[in-house]
Design a protein around this ligand. Structure first.
Ligand code: NAD
Length: 356
């Protein structure tokens, strides 16, 4: 088994270091190889996703990714910006299924923006289609408007589109995931207004018939946004398109209190995956040794479970994280009165110790 380790920029290097220490401590037969990505790769090689990094990622069974980006690259041409590395990896590895669990740990209930009774015990999984929809649909562009409300005015346009196979495969991913959880799927669409999402709804309904043991319901995206903040525990697995998933998964993230706690996985059809925390490179705290490494450590656990077939090791890491939270250790982003404030490395040390 081979893991490509791509720490990236900002706090990426600090948090990935802790996840790598945890992985090494498991004493499992995998090889890890590190490469530059994002702004660090641009500085060294003039491109955010150099050929050698892409080759390593393609050959690996899984990619452990930190984060990329810094304000100093914001003036570069778009194809050279650090964030393009993620898009390039998604595209080249065919990572069409994004898993974003939103789990509210008992010890962190107070950090949520919602009342404790609404989020205590929250455990939902948002599955977002990652390679289609309006973000990739063609045609797109800017032009002089040929018709509409203001003919002759400057306009911009994007195209929302999904093909049947794209919907089928993400629906199957969602139903399979639900089978391993509480056997409920909520498919989120906007079928009342959009043709694309009428097809989405029809296809998800058809695929649902192959999974009679999984309960399926459909929800319009506006209602889903409302329900996520009103009664989030009603959900089990939520499956949706690229744009709706982008927005809903960030809203769900905030239910849990801190973005520093949330892992994510992006998988292709052969279960090769890219695993990364849900947050960015946090330039505001980079280099200070205060970033929360738990989202990255939990991403490593997801990697063991989904791509490396090491569920027992994943359980060990997740239990260790629960243990350090129970011990009252907190990085500043999740710190509250009565708990012990620790830095990035100390948090890594504590997880290592709790692995037993
Ligand atoms: P961000 O997620 O980096 O930071 C948002 C806020 O959350 C900041 O205050 C930051 O300090 C805090 N934060 C984030 N992760 C944390 C952690 N592990 N521990 C403690 N606090 C944490 O988002 P942003 O500030 O909008 O973006 C910063 C850069 O990251 C930009 O260049 C952006 O493009 C990039 N970005 C990259 C990714 C990615 O690599 N996947 C995702 C989002 C943003």
């Amino acid at each position: 088994m081979k893991i490509a380790v791509l720490p990236g920029d900002g706090i990426g290097t600090e948090i990935v270091e802790q996840a790598v220490r945890v992985l090494k401590a498991l004493d499992l037969p995998f090889e890890m190889e590190t490469a530059l990505v994002g702004g660090a790769a641009y500085d060294a090689h003039g491109h955010p996703l150099p050929e050698a990094t892409l080759k390593l990622a393609k050959e690996a069974d899984a990619v452990l990714f930190g984060a990329v980006g810094d304000w100093k690259y914001d003036t570069l041409d778009r194809p050279l910006r650090p964030e393009q590395a993620i898009l390039g990896l998604r595209k080249n590895l065919g990572l069409f299924a994004n898993f974003r669990p939103a789990i509210c740990y008992e010890q962190l209930v107070g950090a949520s923006s919602l009342k404790p009774e609404l989020v205590a015990g929250l455990d939902i999984l948002i599955i977002r289609e990652l390679t289609g929809d309006i973000y990739f649909g063609q045609p797109r562009g800017r032009r002089v408007s040929p018709d509409g409300h203001f003919p002759g005015a400057e306009e911009a346009f994007d195209t929302m589109r999904y093909t049947r196979p794209e919907i089928e495969r993400i629906a199957r991913v969602a139903f399979e995931a639900a089978r391993k959880r509480n056997k409920r799927v909520t498919s989120v669409d906007k079928a009342n207004v959009l043709e694309t999402f009428q097809l989405w709804k029809d296809v998800v309904t058809e695929i649902g018939k192959e999974y009679p043991d999984v309960e399926l319901d459909h929800m319009y995206v506006d209602n889903a946004a409302m329900q996520l903040v009103k009664a989030p525990k009603k959900f089990d697995v939520v499956v949706t398109g690229n744009m709706f998933g982008d927005i809903l998964s960030d809203a769900a993230a905030m239910l849990t209190g801190s973005i520093g706690m949330l892992p994510s996985a992006s998988l292709n059809s052969s279960n090769q995956g890219l695993y990364e925390p849900s947050h960015g490179s946090a330039p505001d705290i980079a280099g200070k040794g205060v970033a929360n490494p738990l989202a990255t450590i939990l991403s490593a656990a997801m990697m063991l479970r989904f791509s490396l077939n090491q569920a027992a090791a994943a359980d060990r890491i997740e239990a260790a994280v629960q243990k350090v939270l129970a011990q009252g250790l907190r990085t500043p982003d999740i710190h509250s009165e009565g708990t012990t404030k620790v830095g990035t490395r100390e948090m890594g040390d504590a997880v290592l110790k709790a692995l037993g």
